[in-house]
Ligand binder design. Structure first.
Ligand SMILES: Cc1cc2nc3c(=O)[nH]c(=O)nc-3n(C[C@H](O)[C@H](O)[C@H](O)COP(=O)(O)O)c2cc1C
Length: 155
């Protein structure tokens, strides 16, 4: 008999970042988070996408159930953000994100994609929808793939 495959889940949460208002320090702080998270996620075979808009963060992490649970414990204990709230946690059939840690920060280039998703008012009300976060993350990943010329691998 074949061994049961491990259970794949995704977790979507949002939070408020406690980052510096000064742009260069903020970039450095995000770089620091990226370095630490990427290393942990590679080790735990987690794939993820982090959206940053103003001082709000929303992240989708996907992987084996216990790895996601452990990662979320680390994430929610991190003082670089606060008010960490789970939006959705469920089983998935397959992964949708290709990198252990990728970030989409609102900027003039991707502004239209963020505008279409219109997440900011939902963040401000404290009620972002899982589907809205998910679809923005998928669009930002697709945009980044197509810039790298490798989008045909992911259709
Ligand atoms: C916005 C944000 C996103 C993060 N994403 C992840 C992540 O995807 N995976 C992870 O292991 N840690 C993530 N972290 C970092 C962890 O919170 C923590 O710093 C890191 O895992 C090291 O944990 P340790 O000090 O317990 O070893 C994130 C932190 C922040 C503020």
């Amino acid at each position: 008999m074949r061994a049961k495959r491990s259970t794949l889940v995704h977790l979507i949460y949002f939070s408020r970042l406690n980052l510096s208002a000064d742009a260069p320090s903020r970039t450095q702080q995000i770089g620091e988070i990226t370095r630490q998270a990427q290393k942990k996620n590679e080790f735990a075979v987690i794939t993820s996408f982090l959206i940053i808009e103003q001082n709000f963060a929303a992240q989708i992490i996907e992987g084996e159930r216990t790895s996601i649970s452990d990662a979320f414990t680390r994430i929610s204990n991190d003082t670089r953000h606060r008010d960490v709230q789970i939006v959705e946690w469920r089983e998935i059939i397959k992964r949708e994100f290709v990198n252990s840690f990728a970030t989409g920060i609102r900027n003039p280039v991707n502004d239209a994609v963020f505008q279409k998703a219109n997440l900011l008012p939902m963040f401000q009300r404290g009620t972002p929808k899982a589907a809205a976060i998910h679809s923005l993350a998928v669009s930002l990943q697709a945009e980044s793939m197509s810039k790298q010329g490798i989008d045909h691998l992911f259709v």
